[in-house]
Design a protein around this ligand. Structure first.
Ligand code: HEM
Length: 384
């Protein structure tokens, strides 16, 4: 039910309360939190740990990465998390993002140039995917000759189908091999990039060898897929709201405001990473025991009518509390500025270059991932 219609399912649940007993695809029980106030508070609550060693049952650690990729930000808390976070935050800070702007613009121009003559395009395959991949590769310093199509790997990892565990292991193995080779190459020939910086932090003890691999994996995975989703959803939303599209074209509405409302209404990451209480706690009257698995739904929180009146309506001029698409608290997405920048450059350039841009298929027929974590568009056919 959730994968087919996450927002309908969330609205039905929310009507019954803010916290729910549910069962994960691996048949383990969990708590699903859907109210805006409760999700917002829980995301920043230090009693809800991400390190899966706090899970009561081994199975409950379920939706996690294999052990060799465990030592990353989204599986750590407290001092360990703060140490790992310093590096990621510095590497993705305003100076680095400002420095990437020119490269992002060049990538967008190069991707749009050949489309102009064709008059038709799939903006997922021909803009969002290659752009997002190019930016992460530039950031990490993956040389052009070594760029591989990691779209297939990440799509497999997000796939909900029953054959997925074996294929997920295979995809994970491929990513692991790719990153191990890449780290070895960088070590031999360091350059001015994020991976070289992370490698340089190993000898001084700021980063352990296994944390280096896990950090590179997380940046590749977390940085790529969600950005593809945001770019595609922003274009689709504007094309299905011609009024707002016209206002963007005349300069009466900023792409920044559009981006924030797309992030609220259709957050690319539907769910937070699983959390485990380190002590018994109470959320909205539900008693949650130490070590239980807790899922926070960004998607449900962002459409809670108590926080956002008429939550299903796209209203880029709405005032209200901040959306939770990038999370909250100590794990707040350090790539938020980069994702916003990529989206605004990609969509802004597309609109400037193609004044007649239109959808080439009815919006309700467009294919999407059907996963509990993501409902990103997998194709966006347009005429130019
Ligand atoms: C639209 C695009 C993006 C969205 C919606 C998004 C969303 C999120 C969310 C919700 C979290 C918090 C997860 C939780 O607390 O359970 C997160 C964390 C993270 N994101 Fe993003 N992200 C995006 C883009 C990026 C990019 C471009 C990068 C890097 C290049 C990135 C790197 C990370 C990392 C490293 C973390 C872990 C932070 C920590 O645990 O301290 N993300 N992201």
């Amino acid at each position: 039910m959730f994968a087919a219609d996450p927002y309908g399912a969330c609205a039905a649940l929310r009507a019954k309360g803010a916290v729910h007993r549910a069962v994960a695809p691996d048949a383990e029980p969990l708590w699903l939190v859907t109210g805006y106030e409760q999700v917002r508070a829980a995301a920043a609550d230090p009693r809800l740990a991400l390190d899966k060693r706090h899970a009561r049952s081994r199975g409950a650690a379920g939706d996690s990465l294999p052990p060799e990729l465990d030592a990353h930000l989204l599986n750590s808390d407290g001092a360990d998390h703060a140490r790992l976070r310093r590096q990621a935050a510095a590497a993705l800070g305003p100076r680095r993002v400002a420095g990437l702007r020119g490269g992002i613009q060049r990538s967008v121009d190069a991707l749009l140039d050949p489309l102009a003559e064709r008059g038709r395009a799939d903006l997922v395959a021909e803009l969002a995917v290659p752009l997002s991949m190019a930016v992460i590769c530039d950031l990490l310093g993956v040389p052009a000759a070594h760029r591989v199509d990691f779209r297939a790997w990440t799509d497999t990892l997000l796939s909900p189908d029953p054959g997925a565990p074996a294929r997920s292991r295979e995809a994970m193995g491929a990513m692991h091999g790719f990153l191990t080779d890449l780290i070895a190459d960088k070590r031999a020939a360091p350059a001015d990039d994020l991976l070289s910086e992370l490698i340089a932090a190993v000898p001084s003890g700021q980063l352990a060898e296994h944390e280096l691999l896990a950090a590179a994996f997380l940046l590749l995975f977390a940085g790529y897929h969600n950005t593809v989703g945001l770019i595609a959803e922003t274009v689709l939303t504007l094309l299905t709201h011609p009024h707002h599209l016209a206002a963007v074209r005349t300069g009466d509405l900023t792409l920044g405001a559009v981006t924030e409302e797309v992030l609220r209404r259709d957050p690319p990451a539907l769910l937070a990473v699983r959390r485990f209480p380190t002590e018994d706690l109470d959320i909205a009257g539900s008693r949650i025991a130490t070590g239980d698995r807790v899922w926070l739904s960004w998607a449900a929180a962002n459409r809670d009518p108590a926080a956002f009146p008429a939550p299903d309506t796209f209203d880029p001029r709405r005032q209200g509390p901040p959306h939770l698409a990038f999370g909250r608290g100590p794990h707040f997405c350090p790539g938020a500025a980069l994702a916003r920048t990529e989206n605004e450059i990609a969509v802004g350039t597309l609109l400037r270059r193609f004044p007649r841009l239109a959808l080439a298929a009815p919006p309700e027929t467009l294919p999407r991932l059907r996963s509990l974590r993501s409902r990103s568009l997998t194709a966006l056919p347009v005429t130019l």
